[in-house]
Design a binder for this molecule. Structure first.
Ligand code: PEP
Ligand code: MG
Length: 587
């Protein structure tokens, strides 16, 4: 039964797992759990707490079973995501708060646990950080399991699906995703979700094409409808016409060929056609990403966002804990260099382990963030500096300060670095005595006064994500202004050129570690502007390497010069797109 009689509708979402799939829909609509609400007799309150503890235990066993199953099917690395789930179950804050709420209110434990879990989910979901928002998904998934156990209902799963179908759901939890039979799931589309959701990671590892964030696709479909899932462009096409099917047949072939061309360069050097080698490094958030850095042959790490160690912890990690994490990365990648960035929290990234450090702020992005917060908490900052210094004894470390706005801040950070070094010397602990700090250039004032920073800085690393936001006065998290966030704005290009020129005049290496560096469209522009090094999400390395190997540096320089002459960002965008297409077309 072909669908051509119905009209075709395209729904745009987010491309989450590459590939194209076409088939009939299996609408997976989990019903909301009904949570009873009642008061527990005072003499039964001990038993209620015991019931809660038993439910946590049973849930833990369930998660271990799923983890074993996923380890068997997908390997240990994919199964690691369930460690995060077990951590939720062991979270003393979540459990303690539930019991305290219960003791205070006397309401049944499901009600108390659900209320506390919802508060946590809400708090994480509001954080403007994709990785941390995913922690909300972990808590949601685990809380649902615990509630199912408490209510004596079995948890939903997708393993009943046996016929080949496109799974369309509001959201899919990691454990639900793990129970999917690969041979039955042609594709996955969800209303909610982001590129880094754990369910998507599982889909990607099973090579199931997936699109997330379609908002309300589930309301537009019925079981048995036909859908095309385009995991490259991030769209779902309901009832595709014959023409669309034909077009997709061709696209799929071309994409498959292109993917294999991309992966074919993984082992090859990042070298332009005129023989210029480009250093490509990886951005990481956690020590377990060292494996990805190796897999994608990155020349070390260009940005390690240390705040993730702090943001997911209930209490501030001390020097020893930090040292262990930093050492694992540095020793794991030695002799390749690892750029460790000091804490960038505050503003939209509150510190759960030290809420007392922050108060309410009207403009958090312009507020008490990153180096500003560290300089006002010197003991906390020195804990981190000593941990980084100690890690430098195990390989090659570069130290980077975020959100530097001018020379005075850099000097104050360096003074604390000198104190941290003296303290380690007094303790007799080893570190790289030559280690110096480098400034991230991500505030326009730092770019304009770059010459005043250069003498004190070991290198410049441009954070385009924040630089563009602050230069254009565009809150990148605001939907209404997102379209104005433009890397090809003439002011952005001029500023990038100025930073590179200033850095080079002072003999400094200039790298880019913002998202622009991992976008193959903008890579020629950055290299043409003279950027020395690029650091990006590990999985983007092959695509970036591919364009580097397909162009001459001299051509990229001509492109940058032409881009700098443009007044309209759209023209510049058209130029970079034409440059890219010309060099990546098959042939
Ligand atoms: C940047 O601002 O470009 C950057 C790399 O830092 P973050 O995205 O962590 O703010
Ligand atoms: Mg930044």
């Amino acid at each position: 039964m072909e669908p051509t009689a119905k009209s075709e509708i395209t729904i745009q979402g987010i491309a989450a797992s590459r590939g194209i799939a076409y088939g009939q829909v299996f609408l997976y609509l989990q019903s909301e759990l009904e949570i009873p609400h009642y008061t527990v007799d005072p003499d039964k309150r001990g038993a209620e707490v015991a019931r809660f503890e038993q439910a946590l235990l049973v849930t833990r066993q369930q998660i271990s079973q799923i983890q074993d199953q996923v380890t068997k099917n997908l390997g240990e690395e994919e199964a690691l995501i369930f460690d995060a789930h077990r951590m939720v179950l062991e979270d003393q804050a979540l459990i303690g708060e539930t019991i305290r709420d219960f003791e205070k209110s006397g309401l049944n434990i499901e009600t108390c646990f659900n209320a506390v879990a919802q508060r946590y989910i809400q708090a994480f979901a509001e954080i403007d950080d994709e990785y941390l928002r995913e922690r909300a998904a972990d808590i949601k998934d685990v809380a649902k399991r615990v509630l199912h156990v408490l209510l004596g209902q079995s948890a939903l799963n997708l393993s009943d699906l046996v016929e080949k179908r496109i799974i369309v759901a509001r959201d899919i939890s990691p454990s639900e995703a793990a129970s999917i039979d690969r041979s039955a799931a042609l594709g996955i589309v969800t209303d909610a979700g982001s590129r880094t959701s754990h369910a998507v990671i599982v889909a990607r590892s099973m090579k199931i094409p997936a699109v997330v964030g379609t908002n309300d696709l589930t309301t537009k479909l019925q079981n048995g409808d036909w859908v095309m899932v385009d995991g490259y462009e991030g769209c779902a096409i309901i009832n595709p016409s014959e023409q669309t099917l034909f077009r997709y047949g061709k696209i799929q072939k071309a994409r498959e060929t292109f993917e294999s061309r991309l992966m074919a360069v993984n082992e090859l050097p990042a070298e332009t056609l005129d023989g210029v080698a480009v250093t490509l490094r990886a951005n990481i958030e956690k020590p377990d990403e060292v494996a990805l850095v190796r897999q994608y042959r990155a020349a070390g790490v260009g940005l390690y966002r240390t705040e993730f160690l702090f943001l997911s912890a209930a209490k501030m990690p001390d020097e020893e804990e930090q040292y262990a994490a930093y050492k694992e990365i540095v020793a794991g990648l030695a002799p390749a260099p690892v750029t460790i960035r000091t804490l960038d929290v505050g503003g939209d990234k509150p510190l759960p382990g030290a809420p007392q450090l922050f108060g309410p702020e009207a403009n958090p992005f312009l507020g008490f963030r990153a180096i500003r917060m560290c300089l006002e908490n010197p003991e906390m900052f020195k804990d981190q500096l000593r941990a980084i210094l100690r890690a430098s004894a195990h390989g090659k470390v570069e130290l980077m300060y975020p959100m530097i706005s001018g020379p005075e801040e850099l000097a104050r950070a360096d003074a604390l670095l000198a104190e941290a070094k003296a303290e380690l010397t007094a303790r007799g602990q080893a570190f790289d005595t030559q280690l110096r700090g480098g400034a991230m250039i991500e505030i326009p004032s730092a770019a304009i006064a770059g010459d005043l920073l250069a003498g004190q800085s070991a290198f410049f690393s441009i954070g385009t994500n924040d630089l563009i936001q602050y230069l254009l006065a565009i809150d990148r998290g605001n939907n209404r202004t997102a379209h104005l966030y433009d890397p090809t704005h003439p002011a952005v290009l001029r500023m990038l050129r100025q930073i590179v020129e200033t850095g080079h005049q002072h003999g400094l290496k200039v790298s880019v570690c913002g998202e622009m560096a991992g976008d193959p469209l903008y890579v020629p522009l950055l290299l043409g502007l003279g950027v020395d090094e690029l650091s990006m999400t590990p999985t983007m390395l092959p695509a970036v390497k591919f364009i580097i190997r397909a162009m001459k540096l001299s051509e990229a320089q001509a492109l940058a010069a032409e881009a700098l002459r443009q007044t309209d960002p759209k023209q510049t965008q058209a130029l970079v797109e034409a440059f890219y297409q010309e060099r990546t077309k098959a042939g």
